[in-house]
Design a protein around this ligand. Structure first.
Ligand code: PEP
Length: 320
């Protein structure tokens, strides 16, 4: 049986490297974890502690009040494994959070899809972590690739907002996301932190570097990973129907764990849950979910359909 996670010890990430860049040691460790051991990442780093599965439903910017009623109806009727086995987090568009709070079954939690980098105030259109806590919404998805790429959610360097391409070439991509994560955690929220590479980056063999950079930006700003779940979402797989193979997902998840082990601590690496996201369906979730370092899913399109209940019921084994 899965159990709630308790992380025995925490340590801050090393502060030596510049923001957004990896030291040579960090890069070396990343390559070693994949190649030098002579095993696949799944063989070299088997999880040793139990991690409860976590499945998120990201509705994105979809739905009407009628859709909300229909979706809540099938979610409330769904027979799902008990909360000892699986944690379910539903992320509707912000205007629907209060109605879901009052109509959604109590064993499913709620997430916002974004929140502001700090305390509320003169930030038109933004939502603060305090407001979400006040609405009883304990989770927030941060760093989703749609926000990073479409909304320019990235860095502000010396008062100037740089376009995505410039940031990519400067290896400066994550501080705004990192600030959001740090502030949400400071307000008692739980965070689903998204990371993932573009197709171009994958084809250039930059996946490990990109994902490490995204996670390092956050690691530099937070003290504890207790309330953080990482969602690995290759951008080329989001909403495209082009799902990562179980091996591709496992490789990146194992590398994330290896990076955490080396740069934050082994206890954190073993405890942090890592979801896979990108065109997950009832048909493909079982195979991906059987990988040792895949601890659940972040589901977009399929979370709006009754099929989501089948994903929750995929009977993916509990990690040990
Ligand atoms: C997402 O939005 O996080 C996502 C993974 O979308 P989809 O499942 O539709 O690819």
């Amino acid at each position: 049986m899965g159990a709630h996670l308790h992380v025995a010890c925490q340590s801050g990430a090393p502060k030596a490297a510049k923001i957004g860049t990896l030291s040579s040691k960090e890069m070396l460790f990343f390559s070693e974890s994949v190649y030098v051991a002579g095993h696949s990442p799944s063989q070299s780093r088997r999880p040793t502690m139990s991690r409860k599965l976590i499945v998120g439903g990201n509705w994105k910017c979809n739905g009407t009040q009628d859709d909300v009623k229909r979706i809540v109806e099938f979610l409330n009727k769904a027979e799902v494994p008990c909360t000892n086995h699986i944690e379910v987090v539903i992320a509707p568009p912000a205007p629907f959070l209060p109605i879901l709070r009052s109509t959604l079954r109590s064993d499913f939690n709620l997430a916002a899809q974004n929140c502001w980098t700090g305390k509320g105030g003169a930030f038109t259109g933004e939502i603060s972590a305090e407001m979400l806590m006040n609405l009883n919404v304990p989770w927030v998805i941060l760093g989703h690739s749609e926000r990073r790429t479409l909304l320019g959610e990235s860095d502000e360097v010396n008062g100037r907002v740089f376009p995505q391409q410039v940031l990519l070439s400067m290896h400066l991509w994550c501080p705004m996301v990192a600030e959001k994560v740090a502030y949400a955690l400071s307000q008692g929220m739980k965070v689903i932190l998204c990371c993932g590479e573009t197709l171009e980056q994958r084809e250039k063999n930059e996946t490990t570097m990109v994902v490490a950079r995204q996670i390092k930006a956050v690691a530099d700003k937070i003290q504890s990973w207790n309330n953080v779940v990482i969602a690995y979402e290759p951008i080329w797989a989001i909403g495209t129907g082009k799902v990562a193979t179980p091996q591709q997902a496992q490789e990146v998840h194992a590398n994330i764990r290896a990076w955490l082990s080396q740069n934050v601590g082994e206890a954190v690496a073993q405890a942090v849950r890592i979801q896979y996201g990108g065109s997950v369906t009832a048909a493909n979730c079982k195979e991906i979910g059987s990988q040792p370092d895949v601890d659940g899913f972040l589901v977009g399109g399929a979370s709006l359909k009754p099929e989501f209940a089948d994903i929750l019921n995929a009977r993916i084994s509990i990690r040990h």
